[in-house]
Design a binder for this molecule. Structure first.
Ligand code: G6Q
Length: 532
Protein backbone atom coordinates (compact mmCIF):
# COMPACT_ATOMS: atom_id res chain seq x y z
CA UNK A 1 0.00 0.00 0.00
CA UNK A 2 1.26 3.46 -0.92
CA UNK A 3 1.15 5.73 2.14
CA UNK A 4 0.35 9.36 1.42
CA UNK A 5 1.56 12.23 3.55
CA UNK A 6 -1.15 13.93 5.59
CA UNK A 7 -0.50 17.24 3.85
CA UNK A 8 -0.78 15.63 0.43
CA UNK A 9 -4.35 14.46 0.96
CA UNK A 10 -7.02 16.42 -0.92
CA UNK A 11 -9.37 16.13 2.04
CA UNK A 12 -6.93 17.92 4.35
CA UNK A 13 -7.04 20.99 2.09
CA UNK A 14 -10.82 20.90 2.24
CA UNK A 15 -10.80 20.52 6.02
CA UNK A 16 -8.40 23.45 6.36
CA UNK A 17 -10.93 25.61 4.52
CA UNK A 18 -13.80 24.40 6.68
CA UNK A 19 -11.76 25.15 9.80
CA UNK A 20 -11.89 28.86 8.96
CA UNK A 21 -15.47 28.85 10.22
CA UNK A 22 -16.05 25.93 12.55
CA UNK A 23 -19.47 25.23 14.03
CA UNK A 24 -20.31 27.78 16.69
CA UNK A 25 -21.58 26.01 19.79
CA UNK A 26 -22.58 29.27 21.42
CA UNK A 27 -24.98 30.51 18.76
CA UNK A 28 -28.67 30.43 19.78
CA UNK A 29 -30.11 26.94 19.31
CA UNK A 30 -26.68 25.47 18.53
CA UNK A 31 -27.38 22.51 20.78
CA UNK A 32 -30.88 21.47 19.74
CA UNK A 33 -32.33 18.11 20.85
CA UNK A 34 -32.19 17.14 17.18
CA UNK A 35 -28.43 17.85 17.01
CA UNK A 36 -27.76 15.96 20.22
CA UNK A 37 -29.50 12.90 18.80
CA UNK A 38 -28.00 13.20 15.36
CA UNK A 39 -24.43 13.53 16.64
CA UNK A 40 -24.48 10.38 18.71
CA UNK A 41 -23.51 6.81 17.89
CA UNK A 42 -23.70 3.56 19.84
CA UNK A 43 -21.31 0.63 19.61
CA UNK A 44 -20.22 -2.23 21.91
CA UNK A 45 -22.26 -0.88 24.83
CA UNK A 46 -20.97 2.69 24.48
CA UNK A 47 -22.88 5.74 23.30
CA UNK A 48 -20.75 8.58 22.06
CA UNK A 49 -22.34 12.03 22.31
CA UNK A 50 -20.44 14.47 20.13
CA UNK A 51 -22.89 17.29 19.45
CA UNK A 52 -20.60 19.38 21.67
CA UNK A 53 -17.75 19.20 19.13
CA UNK A 54 -17.21 22.11 16.73
CA UNK A 55 -18.28 20.24 13.62
CA UNK A 56 -21.27 19.70 11.37
CA UNK A 57 -22.29 17.30 8.60
CA UNK A 58 -20.01 18.99 6.06
CA UNK A 59 -16.99 18.51 8.31
CA UNK A 60 -17.99 14.90 8.95
CA UNK A 61 -18.23 14.30 5.21
CA UNK A 62 -14.75 15.73 4.72
CA UNK A 63 -13.44 13.58 7.59
CA UNK A 64 -14.98 10.56 5.88
CA UNK A 65 -13.11 11.54 2.72
CA UNK A 66 -9.90 11.73 4.75
CA UNK A 67 -10.52 8.25 6.16
CA UNK A 68 -11.13 6.87 2.67
CA UNK A 69 -8.32 8.72 0.97
CA UNK A 70 -5.76 7.67 3.57
CA UNK A 71 -7.11 4.08 3.55
CA UNK A 72 -7.40 4.08 7.32
CA UNK A 73 -9.61 1.01 7.60
CA UNK A 74 -7.57 -0.88 5.00
CA UNK A 75 -4.43 -0.18 7.02
CA UNK A 76 -6.20 -1.34 10.16
CA UNK A 77 -7.24 -4.58 8.43
CA UNK A 78 -3.68 -5.06 7.18
CA UNK A 79 -2.46 -4.60 10.76
CA UNK A 80 -4.87 -7.22 12.07
CA UNK A 81 -3.79 -9.65 9.38
CA UNK A 82 -0.12 -9.32 10.26
CA UNK A 83 1.37 -6.72 7.89
CA UNK A 84 4.79 -5.47 8.95
CA UNK A 85 3.70 -1.96 9.95
CA UNK A 86 6.25 -1.27 12.69
CA UNK A 87 8.89 0.06 10.34
CA UNK A 88 10.50 3.12 8.80
CA UNK A 89 11.29 2.48 5.15
CA UNK A 90 14.98 2.46 4.33
CA UNK A 91 16.21 2.78 7.93
CA UNK A 92 17.15 0.31 10.67
CA UNK A 93 13.98 -0.21 12.70
CA UNK A 94 12.04 -2.86 14.60
CA UNK A 95 10.56 -4.15 11.34
CA UNK A 96 7.76 -6.08 13.04
CA UNK A 97 4.16 -7.05 12.70
CA UNK A 98 1.66 -5.34 14.99
CA UNK A 99 -0.64 -7.99 16.36
CA UNK A 100 -2.08 -7.02 19.71
CA UNK A 101 -5.54 -7.72 18.29
CA UNK A 102 -4.52 -11.37 17.81
CA UNK A 103 -4.37 -11.80 21.60
CA UNK A 104 -8.18 -11.49 21.74
CA UNK A 105 -9.21 -12.72 18.30
CA UNK A 106 -10.69 -15.77 20.00
CA UNK A 107 -14.40 -15.42 19.45
CA UNK A 108 -14.91 -15.53 15.68
CA UNK A 109 -13.68 -17.88 12.98
CA UNK A 110 -11.34 -17.72 11.24
CA UNK A 111 -9.01 -15.45 13.22
CA UNK A 112 -7.36 -12.65 11.23
CA UNK A 113 -3.81 -13.83 12.03
CA UNK A 114 -4.14 -17.54 12.76
CA UNK A 115 -0.59 -18.28 13.91
CA UNK A 116 -0.48 -15.42 16.41
CA UNK A 117 -3.91 -16.27 17.79
CA UNK A 118 -2.89 -19.94 18.14
CA UNK A 119 0.05 -18.81 20.28
CA UNK A 120 -2.23 -16.58 22.35
CA UNK A 121 -4.58 -19.53 22.91
CA UNK A 122 -1.70 -21.74 24.02
CA UNK A 123 -0.60 -19.18 26.61
CA UNK A 124 -4.19 -18.70 27.80
CA UNK A 125 -4.59 -22.48 28.20
CA UNK A 126 -1.40 -22.55 30.27
CA UNK A 127 -2.75 -19.68 32.36
CA UNK A 128 -6.11 -21.39 32.85
CA UNK A 129 -4.39 -24.53 34.16
CA UNK A 130 -2.27 -22.40 36.49
CA UNK A 131 -5.33 -20.54 37.82
CA UNK A 132 -7.25 -23.82 38.22
CA UNK A 133 -4.40 -25.17 40.33
CA UNK A 134 -4.55 -22.07 42.53
CA UNK A 135 -8.34 -22.28 42.86
CA UNK A 136 -8.41 -25.98 43.63
CA UNK A 137 -5.65 -25.70 46.21
CA UNK A 138 -3.34 -27.95 44.18
CA UNK A 139 -0.85 -25.11 44.03
CA UNK A 140 -0.16 -23.75 47.52
CA UNK A 141 2.83 -22.35 49.37
CA UNK A 142 5.38 -24.36 51.32
CA UNK A 143 3.11 -24.27 54.38
CA UNK A 144 0.10 -25.56 52.45
CA UNK A 145 -1.56 -22.10 52.45
CA UNK A 146 -3.23 -20.46 49.46
CA UNK A 147 -1.70 -17.52 47.62
CA UNK A 148 -3.82 -14.44 48.21
CA UNK A 149 -1.70 -11.61 46.75
CA UNK A 150 0.04 -11.14 43.44
CA UNK A 151 2.52 -8.32 42.85
CA UNK A 152 3.27 -7.37 39.25
CA UNK A 153 6.80 -6.11 38.76
CA UNK A 154 7.26 -4.30 35.44
CA UNK A 155 7.42 -0.80 34.02
CA UNK A 156 5.95 1.23 31.14
CA UNK A 157 3.90 -1.02 28.93
CA UNK A 158 4.55 -3.88 31.34
CA UNK A 159 2.85 -1.92 34.11
CA UNK A 160 0.46 0.87 33.13
CA UNK A 161 -2.21 -1.05 31.24
CA UNK A 162 -2.46 -3.97 33.70
CA UNK A 163 -2.42 -1.55 36.62
CA UNK A 164 -5.17 0.66 35.15
CA UNK A 165 -7.31 -2.38 34.32
CA UNK A 166 -6.83 -4.03 37.73
CA UNK A 167 -7.91 -0.87 39.47
CA UNK A 168 -10.83 -0.44 37.09
CA UNK A 169 -12.11 -3.94 37.81
CA UNK A 170 -11.19 -4.34 41.45
CA UNK A 171 -14.91 -4.38 42.29
CA UNK A 172 -15.03 -7.78 40.54
CA UNK A 173 -12.06 -9.28 42.42
CA UNK A 174 -12.37 -12.86 43.62
CA UNK A 175 -12.73 -13.12 47.40
CA UNK A 176 -9.41 -12.99 49.23
CA UNK A 177 -7.43 -11.95 46.16
CA UNK A 178 -5.57 -8.69 45.76
CA UNK A 179 -2.96 -7.38 43.34
CA UNK A 180 -0.30 -4.74 43.72
CA UNK A 181 2.31 -3.24 41.41
CA UNK A 182 5.96 -2.27 41.62
CA UNK A 183 7.30 -0.25 38.70
CA UNK A 184 9.72 2.47 39.72
CA UNK A 185 13.37 1.74 40.44
CA UNK A 186 12.88 4.14 43.35
CA UNK A 187 13.41 1.70 46.24
CA UNK A 188 10.66 3.45 48.18
CA UNK A 189 8.13 2.20 45.63
CA UNK A 190 9.01 -1.44 46.35
CA UNK A 191 9.34 -0.79 50.08
CA UNK A 192 5.85 0.73 50.26
CA UNK A 193 4.31 -2.13 48.28
CA UNK A 194 6.08 -4.82 50.30
CA UNK A 195 5.25 -3.19 53.64
CA UNK A 196 2.67 -5.21 55.49
CA UNK A 197 2.57 -7.96 52.85
CA UNK A 198 2.39 -11.54 53.99
CA UNK A 199 5.19 -12.74 51.71
CA UNK A 200 4.38 -16.39 52.40
CA UNK A 201 1.09 -16.03 50.56
CA UNK A 202 2.35 -13.69 47.87
CA UNK A 203 3.25 -14.41 44.26
CA UNK A 204 5.30 -12.00 42.15
CA UNK A 205 5.01 -11.86 38.40
CA UNK A 206 8.06 -10.30 36.78
CA UNK A 207 6.98 -8.82 33.46
CA UNK A 208 9.47 -7.69 30.87
CA UNK A 209 9.20 -8.30 27.16
CA UNK A 210 12.89 -7.62 26.60
CA UNK A 211 13.93 -9.30 29.86
CA UNK A 212 16.58 -6.62 30.17
CA UNK A 213 14.90 -3.50 31.60
CA UNK A 214 17.02 -2.02 34.36
CA UNK A 215 14.15 -1.09 36.68
CA UNK A 216 12.43 -4.44 36.44
CA UNK A 217 15.56 -6.58 36.81
CA UNK A 218 16.64 -4.47 39.81
CA UNK A 219 13.24 -4.85 41.43
CA UNK A 220 13.28 -8.59 40.73
CA UNK A 221 16.51 -8.82 42.72
CA UNK A 222 14.98 -6.73 45.49
CA UNK A 223 11.97 -9.07 45.66
CA UNK A 224 14.17 -12.18 45.60
CA UNK A 225 16.23 -10.75 48.47
CA UNK A 226 13.08 -9.93 50.49
CA UNK A 227 11.79 -13.48 50.01
CA UNK A 228 15.13 -15.01 51.04
CA UNK A 229 15.24 -12.79 54.07
CA UNK A 230 11.81 -14.07 55.04
CA UNK A 231 13.17 -17.63 54.81
CA UNK A 232 11.30 -18.36 51.57
CA UNK A 233 12.58 -19.90 48.35
CA UNK A 234 12.16 -17.21 45.62
CA UNK A 235 11.50 -19.72 42.87
CA UNK A 236 8.35 -20.89 44.66
CA UNK A 237 6.93 -17.36 44.52
CA UNK A 238 8.07 -15.92 41.21
CA UNK A 239 6.36 -16.08 37.83
CA UNK A 240 7.72 -14.61 34.61
CA UNK A 241 6.18 -13.04 31.54
CA UNK A 242 8.76 -12.34 28.88
CA UNK A 243 9.67 -12.60 25.21
CA UNK A 244 10.79 -15.94 23.83
CA UNK A 245 14.58 -16.14 24.00
CA UNK A 246 14.99 -13.05 26.22
CA UNK A 247 17.51 -13.11 29.10
CA UNK A 248 14.53 -13.79 31.40
CA UNK A 249 13.41 -16.79 29.37
CA UNK A 250 14.70 -19.32 31.90
CA UNK A 251 11.81 -21.38 33.30
CA UNK A 252 14.14 -23.01 35.85
CA UNK A 253 14.17 -19.76 37.83
CA UNK A 254 10.39 -19.37 38.05
CA UNK A 255 7.36 -21.24 39.35
CA UNK A 256 5.71 -20.66 35.97
CA UNK A 257 6.65 -18.76 32.82
CA UNK A 258 4.46 -17.19 30.16
CA UNK A 259 5.37 -15.70 26.82
CA UNK A 260 4.57 -12.49 25.06
CA UNK A 261 5.63 -12.03 21.47
CA UNK A 262 7.68 -9.43 19.64
CA UNK A 263 4.71 -8.44 17.48
CA UNK A 264 2.87 -7.08 20.53
CA UNK A 265 4.11 -3.64 21.56
CA UNK A 266 4.49 -2.99 25.29
CA UNK A 267 1.83 -0.29 25.44
CA UNK A 268 -0.58 -2.47 23.47
CA UNK A 269 0.09 -5.57 25.56
CA UNK A 270 -2.56 -5.36 28.31
CA UNK A 271 -4.64 -8.14 26.73
CA UNK A 272 -1.61 -10.41 26.26
CA UNK A 273 0.00 -12.35 29.11
CA UNK A 274 1.41 -9.00 30.29
CA UNK A 275 -2.01 -8.17 31.72
CA UNK A 276 -3.69 -11.57 31.64
CA UNK A 277 -1.71 -13.22 34.45
CA UNK A 278 -2.48 -10.49 36.97
CA UNK A 279 -6.06 -9.91 35.80
CA UNK A 280 -6.72 -13.66 35.73
CA UNK A 281 -5.42 -13.99 39.29
CA UNK A 282 -7.56 -11.07 40.48
CA UNK A 283 -10.79 -11.70 38.57
CA UNK A 284 -10.70 -15.35 37.55
CA UNK A 285 -10.44 -16.81 34.08
CA UNK A 286 -14.09 -16.24 33.08
CA UNK A 287 -13.97 -12.51 33.81
CA UNK A 288 -10.66 -12.30 31.95
CA UNK A 289 -12.44 -13.84 28.96
CA UNK A 290 -15.23 -11.23 29.26
CA UNK A 291 -12.58 -8.51 29.11
CA UNK A 292 -11.02 -10.07 26.00
CA UNK A 293 -14.46 -10.42 24.41
CA UNK A 294 -15.17 -6.73 24.99
CA UNK A 295 -11.89 -5.83 23.31
CA UNK A 296 -12.61 -8.23 20.46
CA UNK A 297 -16.05 -6.75 19.83
CA UNK A 298 -14.49 -3.32 19.53
CA UNK A 299 -11.79 -4.77 17.24
CA UNK A 300 -14.59 -5.97 14.97
CA UNK A 301 -16.57 -2.70 15.19
CA UNK A 302 -13.44 -0.82 14.10
CA UNK A 303 -13.53 -2.59 10.73
CA UNK A 304 -16.44 -0.52 9.38
CA UNK A 305 -15.56 2.10 6.82
CA UNK A 306 -18.47 4.44 7.66
CA UNK A 307 -16.98 6.88 10.16
CA UNK A 308 -20.43 7.69 11.56
CA UNK A 309 -20.72 4.08 12.73
CA UNK A 310 -17.11 3.23 13.59
CA UNK A 311 -16.55 4.60 17.11
CA UNK A 312 -12.72 4.45 17.27
CA UNK A 313 -12.39 5.84 13.75
CA UNK A 314 -14.84 8.65 14.47
CA UNK A 315 -13.02 9.56 17.67
CA UNK A 316 -9.70 9.47 15.80
CA UNK A 317 -11.02 11.87 13.18
CA UNK A 318 -12.62 14.21 15.69
CA UNK A 319 -9.22 14.28 17.42
CA UNK A 320 -7.56 15.12 14.09
CA UNK A 321 -10.11 17.89 13.44
CA UNK A 322 -9.30 19.41 16.83
CA UNK A 323 -5.55 18.91 16.56
CA UNK A 324 -4.68 19.68 12.97
CA UNK A 325 -7.45 22.01 11.87
CA UNK A 326 -8.65 23.84 14.97
CA UNK A 327 -5.10 23.83 16.35
CA UNK A 328 -5.60 22.49 19.89
CA UNK A 329 -2.48 21.11 21.52
CA UNK A 330 -3.78 18.87 24.24
CA UNK A 331 -6.58 16.43 24.98
CA UNK A 332 -7.95 15.76 28.46
CA UNK A 333 -9.47 12.37 29.25
CA UNK A 334 -11.80 12.82 32.20
CA UNK A 335 -13.42 9.66 33.53
CA UNK A 336 -16.36 10.14 35.85
CA UNK A 337 -15.48 6.87 37.51
CA UNK A 338 -13.02 6.51 40.36
CA UNK A 339 -12.22 3.01 39.12
CA UNK A 340 -10.74 4.55 35.97
CA UNK A 341 -8.35 6.72 37.96
CA UNK A 342 -5.23 5.26 36.26
CA UNK A 343 -6.77 4.91 32.82
CA UNK A 344 -5.65 8.40 31.71
CA UNK A 345 -2.08 7.46 32.70
CA UNK A 346 -2.29 4.35 30.56
CA UNK A 347 -3.67 6.36 27.64
CA UNK A 348 -0.99 8.94 28.13
CA UNK A 349 1.62 6.30 27.43
CA UNK A 350 -0.33 4.56 24.70
CA UNK A 351 -1.05 7.79 22.85
CA UNK A 352 2.06 9.87 23.47
CA UNK A 353 4.53 7.01 22.98
CA UNK A 354 2.74 5.96 19.81
CA UNK A 355 2.05 9.29 18.17
CA UNK A 356 4.70 11.55 19.69
CA UNK A 357 6.69 11.30 16.44
CA UNK A 358 8.21 13.78 13.99
CA UNK A 359 9.14 11.63 11.02
CA UNK A 360 7.00 9.82 8.50
CA UNK A 361 7.11 6.13 7.74
CA UNK A 362 9.54 7.08 5.00
CA UNK A 363 11.86 8.86 7.44
CA UNK A 364 10.97 12.40 6.30
CA UNK A 365 10.31 15.23 8.76
CA UNK A 366 6.57 15.79 9.14
CA UNK A 367 5.19 19.22 8.30
CA UNK A 368 1.93 18.72 10.20
CA UNK A 369 1.15 18.26 13.88
CA UNK A 370 1.12 14.73 15.25
CA UNK A 371 -0.05 13.47 18.66
CA UNK A 372 -1.39 15.96 21.22
CA UNK A 373 -0.46 16.06 24.89
CA UNK A 374 -2.81 13.65 26.64
CA UNK A 375 -3.63 13.95 30.30
CA UNK A 376 -6.49 13.62 32.76
CA UNK A 377 -7.86 12.77 36.16
CA UNK A 378 -11.22 11.52 37.35
CA UNK A 379 -14.19 13.84 37.80
CA UNK A 380 -15.77 15.19 39.84
CA UNK A 381 -12.44 15.67 41.69
CA UNK A 382 -10.97 17.53 38.72
CA UNK A 383 -13.86 20.01 38.80
CA UNK A 384 -12.56 21.23 42.14
CA UNK A 385 -9.07 21.57 40.73
CA UNK A 386 -7.84 22.11 37.18
CA UNK A 387 -11.18 22.54 35.39
CA UNK A 388 -10.79 26.27 35.97
CA UNK A 389 -8.24 26.39 33.15
CA UNK A 390 -10.40 24.24 30.91
CA UNK A 391 -13.32 26.65 31.36
CA UNK A 392 -11.59 30.01 31.32
CA UNK A 393 -7.88 29.54 30.56
CA UNK A 394 -6.18 30.82 27.41
CA UNK A 395 -5.43 27.25 26.28
CA UNK A 396 -8.41 25.45 24.77
CA UNK A 397 -8.42 21.83 25.92
CA UNK A 398 -10.66 19.41 24.03
CA UNK A 399 -12.14 17.15 26.70
CA UNK A 400 -13.28 13.55 26.57
CA UNK A 401 -15.67 12.58 29.35
CA UNK A 402 -16.23 8.90 30.18
CA UNK A 403 -19.13 7.89 32.43
CA UNK A 404 -21.46 5.07 33.41
CA UNK A 405 -25.16 5.08 34.21
CA UNK A 406 -24.77 2.50 37.00
CA UNK A 407 -22.08 2.12 39.61
CA UNK A 408 -19.96 -0.99 40.05
CA UNK A 409 -20.41 -1.91 43.67
CA UNK A 410 -24.10 -1.25 44.34
CA UNK A 411 -23.55 0.95 47.38
CA UNK A 412 -25.25 4.33 46.90
CA UNK A 413 -27.36 6.82 48.81
CA UNK A 414 -30.22 9.17 48.00
CA UNK A 415 -29.54 12.71 49.20
CA UNK A 416 -31.86 15.59 48.26
CA UNK A 417 -33.77 13.35 45.90
CA UNK A 418 -30.92 11.94 43.81
CA UNK A 419 -28.38 9.12 44.14
CA UNK A 420 -24.62 9.70 44.19
CA UNK A 421 -24.38 8.01 40.79
CA UNK A 422 -26.96 10.44 39.38
CA UNK A 423 -25.00 13.33 40.83
CA UNK A 424 -21.84 11.99 39.22
CA UNK A 425 -23.33 11.62 35.73
CA UNK A 426 -25.29 14.90 35.98
CA UNK A 427 -22.06 16.70 36.85
CA UNK A 428 -20.33 15.21 33.82
CA UNK A 429 -23.10 16.18 31.41
CA UNK A 430 -23.33 19.64 32.95
CA UNK A 431 -19.60 20.16 32.38
CA UNK A 432 -19.96 19.10 28.77
CA UNK A 433 -22.76 21.62 28.21
CA UNK A 434 -21.04 24.42 30.11
CA UNK A 435 -17.83 24.04 28.07
CA UNK A 436 -19.76 24.09 24.82
CA UNK A 437 -22.27 26.84 25.53
CA UNK A 438 -20.38 29.10 27.88
CA UNK A 439 -22.16 31.72 29.92
CA UNK A 440 -22.43 35.47 29.42
CA UNK A 441 -22.01 37.69 32.43
CA UNK A 442 -21.57 41.43 32.80
CA UNK A 443 -18.69 40.62 35.13
CA UNK A 444 -15.85 39.56 32.78
CA UNK A 445 -14.29 37.35 35.45
CA UNK A 446 -17.55 35.40 35.61
CA UNK A 447 -18.09 35.17 31.92
CA UNK A 448 -17.40 31.92 30.02
CA UNK A 449 -16.64 32.14 26.31
CA UNK A 450 -17.80 28.59 25.60
CA UNK A 451 -17.14 26.96 22.22
CA UNK A 452 -14.80 24.56 24.02
CA UNK A 453 -15.10 21.21 22.23
CA UNK A 454 -15.75 18.03 24.13
CA UNK A 455 -17.39 14.65 23.80
CA UNK A 456 -19.06 12.23 26.18
CA UNK A 457 -18.68 8.46 26.18
CA UNK A 458 -21.36 6.69 28.21
CA UNK A 459 -22.01 3.03 29.01
CA UNK A 460 -24.27 1.19 31.41
CA UNK A 461 -21.67 -0.11 33.88
CA UNK A 462 -17.90 -0.58 34.01
CA UNK A 463 -17.76 -4.38 33.74
CA UNK A 464 -14.84 -6.51 32.47
CA UNK A 465 -16.52 -6.60 29.04
CA UNK A 466 -16.98 -2.82 28.96
CA UNK A 467 -13.40 -2.24 30.12
CA UNK A 468 -12.10 -4.43 27.31
CA UNK A 469 -14.16 -2.46 24.80
CA UNK A 470 -12.94 0.86 26.22
CA UNK A 471 -9.31 -0.24 26.07
CA UNK A 472 -9.61 -1.34 22.45
CA UNK A 473 -11.55 1.80 21.54
CA UNK A 474 -8.66 4.00 22.59
CA UNK A 475 -5.99 1.68 21.17
CA UNK A 476 -7.64 1.92 17.76
CA UNK A 477 -8.27 5.64 18.03
CA UNK A 478 -4.52 6.07 18.47
CA UNK A 479 -3.61 3.70 15.66
CA UNK A 480 -6.05 5.30 13.19
CA UNK A 481 -4.54 8.71 13.95
CA UNK A 482 -1.02 7.39 13.40
CA UNK A 483 -2.07 5.95 10.03
CA UNK A 484 -3.58 9.30 9.03
CA UNK A 485 -0.43 11.18 10.04
CA UNK A 486 1.72 8.63 8.19
CA UNK A 487 3.90 7.97 11.22
CA UNK A 488 5.04 4.74 12.83
CA UNK A 489 2.87 4.46 15.96
CA UNK A 490 4.62 1.28 17.06
CA UNK A 491 8.24 2.15 17.81
CA UNK A 492 9.60 4.14 20.78
CA UNK A 493 13.09 5.42 20.09
CA UNK A 494 12.65 8.04 22.83
CA UNK A 495 12.27 5.29 25.44
CA UNK A 496 15.28 3.42 24.07
CA UNK A 497 17.39 6.58 24.37
CA UNK A 498 16.49 6.88 28.06
CA UNK A 499 17.52 3.27 28.65
CA UNK A 500 20.96 3.85 27.11
CA UNK A 501 21.65 7.22 28.76
CA UNK A 502 20.94 5.98 32.28
CA UNK A 503 23.26 3.01 31.75
CA UNK A 504 26.11 5.37 30.79
CA UNK A 505 25.78 7.40 33.98
CA UNK A 506 25.42 4.30 36.13
CA UNK A 507 28.74 3.03 34.80
CA UNK A 508 30.40 6.10 36.34
CA UNK A 509 28.80 5.31 39.71
CA UNK A 510 29.60 1.59 39.59
CA UNK A 511 33.23 2.12 38.59
CA UNK A 512 34.40 5.73 39.17
CA UNK A 513 37.21 6.64 36.79
CA UNK A 514 40.64 7.62 38.16
CA UNK A 515 41.39 9.84 35.21
CA UNK A 516 41.84 13.59 35.77
CA UNK A 517 39.70 14.41 32.80
CA UNK A 518 35.97 14.57 33.43
CA UNK A 519 33.24 13.60 31.04
CA UNK A 520 30.06 15.70 31.00
CA UNK A 521 28.29 12.81 32.72
CA UNK A 522 30.85 12.75 35.54
CA UNK A 523 30.69 16.51 35.97
CA UNK A 524 26.92 16.32 36.22
CA UNK A 525 27.04 13.51 38.77
CA UNK A 526 29.64 15.37 40.84
CA UNK A 527 27.74 18.64 40.82
CA UNK A 528 24.56 16.76 41.72
CA UNK A 529 26.40 15.34 44.75
CA UNK A 530 26.20 11.75 43.52
CA UNK A 531 29.92 11.22 42.91
CA UNK A 532 32.83 12.14 45.14
C1 G6Q B 1 6.04 0.35 25.47
C2 G6Q B 1 7.43 0.68 25.61
C3 G6Q B 1 7.95 0.67 27.03
C4 G6Q B 1 8.21 -0.74 27.59
C5 G6Q B 1 8.99 -0.63 28.88
C6 G6Q B 1 9.25 -1.97 29.52
O1 G6Q B 1 5.46 0.28 24.41
O2 G6Q B 1 8.19 -0.11 24.77
O3 G6Q B 1 7.12 1.36 27.91
O4 G6Q B 1 7.00 -1.42 27.78
O5 G6Q B 1 10.19 0.03 28.63
O6 G6Q B 1 9.92 -2.82 28.63
P1 G6Q B 1 10.07 -4.34 28.94
O7 G6Q B 1 8.71 -4.98 28.93
O8 G6Q B 1 10.95 -4.88 27.87
O9 G6Q B 1 10.68 -4.46 30.31
Amino acid sequence: MQYKDFSALESTAKLAQLAAKPYNLTQPGALSPERIQRFSVSSCGFTLLYATERLDETVLDALQELADEAHLVEQFMAMKKGAVLNRIEGYPCENRQVLHTASRDLFGEPPHAAAATAKARAELDKLRRFLDDLDSGKLVNSQGERFTTLVQVGIGGSDLGPRALSLALNAFALPEREVRFIANVDPDDAAAVLAGLNLRQTLFVIVSKSGSTLETLTNEELVRAALREAGLEPKQHLLAVTGEGSPMDDPSRYLASFYMYDYIGGRYSATSMVGAVTLGFLLGYEALMDLLRGAWEMDMAAEQSNIRKNLPLLMALIGIWNRNFLGYNTCAVLPYSQALSRFPAHLQQCDMESNGKSVTRQGQAVTWKTGPIVWGEPGTNGQHAFYQLIHQGTEIVPAEFIGFRKNQRGLDIQVAGTSSQEKLVANMLAQSLALAQGKEDSNPARSFAGNRPNLVLLAERLTPFQMGALLALYEHRIVFQGFAWNINSFDQEGVQLGKVLAKNLLQHLAAPSRSEEQTVGEALLKTAGMLA
